[in-house]
Design a protein around this ligand. Structure first.
Ligand SMILES: [Zn+2]
Length: 302
């Protein structure tokens, strides 16, 4: 009799547990950058709970996981990161965790032939793939694939979410193209501290110049500074740009140098390069971030 009761209680607990799981325990997704978190939220919808480790103003090249991050990563059902060595100091953690759970680099889904190999990044591909919206669309497809793998029972819903977001990304891509073309061809040059806009430049027809190369961990020399100054003067460029995740001092010293040479130049505004704006603001979404950047660039260079 007692055994029977125990069995009954056990069955009851089991049923209760599976009922709770079916009633919508969300997939716990942890990402590195906000851009990837935004993809996972848009595509996973109500099936996912998404957390980004790197907030606004955070530089992913230099970011080291804190103790708190490690415990969040350990609790995650799925970990999404950019890859291509963007998260240069977190590689070891991803390899370790990848042996125990689902860990995916979203850049894996991008056509590898489209990657820009950068000498300034040690002959490795430039990791800033999100600024070519069509390439980011491929990353969105990869996130869709990985989410369906984790939640096969929600395949239709995830696919439907992707279709909606896909349309928004394609519309954004053609909007950016049209906006950039408003800048006169000769002045279509973007000068920033670190080279986050290589894919952006290639996709939308803008030359890009930076002081630091694609990795903020590298230093820049006086020689580079002089070259960039000369180019700005020759091309009659009206403005240079600071980035939210890189110290302002690099671009400020460029500006001071130009003013000392009798060439007045504006700081055209702040661009979001490797981190999005604050969450809850328009710039705190991927689409809002791209629009902010393009409006800032076009507004200052036109
Ligand atoms: Zn960067």
């Amino acid at each position: 009799m007692l055994l029977f009761h125990r069995k009954l209680i056990f069955t009851f607990i089991l049923t209760l547990f599976s009922a709770i799981t079916c009633a919508g325990v969300k997939l716990n997704v942890v990402t590195t950058t906000g851009m990837i978190a935004d993809l996972a939220k848009n595509i996973g919808g109500r099936q996912v709970e998404v957390l980004a480790l790197m907030g606004t103003g955070v530089d992913p090249h230099l970011y080291k996981a804190t103790q708190g991050d490690v415990s969040k990563l350990l609790k995650a059902d799925l970990i999404l990161y950019n890859g291509l060595h963007l998260e240069g100091k977190m590689q070891g953690i991803f390899i370790k965790l990848g042996k125990k759970k689902a860990v995916h680099a979203v850049a894996k889904g991008i056509d590898q032939e489209k990657l820009i190999i950068s000498t300034a990044f040690g002959g490795q591909p430039d990791p800033h793939v999100w600024f070519d919206v069509q390439m980011w669309h491929q990353a969105a497809q990869e996130v869709t694939r990985v989410l369906i793998q984790a939640l096969p029972e929600s395949k239709e819903e995830i696919n439907a979410n992707f279709q909606v977001y896909s349309q928004a990304l394609l519309a954004l891509d053609s909007w950016v193209r049209t906006k950039v073309m408003l800048i006169p061809a000769k002045q279509r040059m973007l000068v920033t501290a670190h080279d986050a806009f290589g894919y952006f430049g290639r996709a939308y027809g803008m030359e890009v110049e930076s002081l630091q190369g694609v990795n903020t961990a590298s230093e820049f020399g006086l020689h580079d500074l002089k070259q960039v100054r000369q180019l700005i003067i020759e091309r009659n460029i009206k403005a240079v740009f600071i980035e939210s995740s890189v110290p302002k001092k690099f671009i400020q010293s460029l500006q001071e140098g130009l003013i000392a040479q009798g060439y007045p130049i504006d700081i055209g505004g702040e661009l979001f390069s490797d981190a999005m704006g604050r969450s809850g603001t328009i710039e705190g979404t991927y689409i809002g971030m791209v629009k902010h950047n393009v409006n800032t660039i076009v507004g200052a260079l036109l």
